[in-house]
Design a protein around this ligand. Sequence first.
Ligand code: FES
Ligand code: FES
Length: 152
Amino acid sequence: MRVNCTVNGEPRQADGVWEGESLLYVLRERLGLPGAKNACEQGECGSCTVYLDGVAVCACLVAAGQAEGRDVRTVEAIGKEDALDRVQRAFLDAGAVQCGFCTPGLVVAVHDLLTRQPEPSDPDIREALAGNLCRCTGYEAIIAAVRLAASR
Ligand code: FES
Ligand code: FES
């Protein structure tokens, strides 16, 4: 089947999509957007977090067909290499990136949190990021990064 949607502000089309394919697969393998990572494919790790119509979702749990006609925003649209978003800058400044595999999903999740809640408490931060797993950092640096981004 063919899927049409808006991705990062541009109309995009994917052909030959199988009914069981995920939005994550379409983004990574058909549209050349590898920012959202594929780790568990079961909605457990948050590494594939993207916005769908402005709501942060796990792209691995969204069937590609569900994205038809909708607005998708990926980490590629949050900041630019020479003009990082405050969340990305804070992750670097706080040393919240080690292997980096979890980072794109966390950046989207934190961006979403700070959009909804500009001054989150530590419990708010922990709750908002409960679905994003990181195997490297122990989370303290990530929470520090969120505080830093919020303060900016
Ligand atoms: S790859 Fe989607 S939640 Fe893990
Ligand atoms: S930095 Fe390696 S999984 Fe989070």
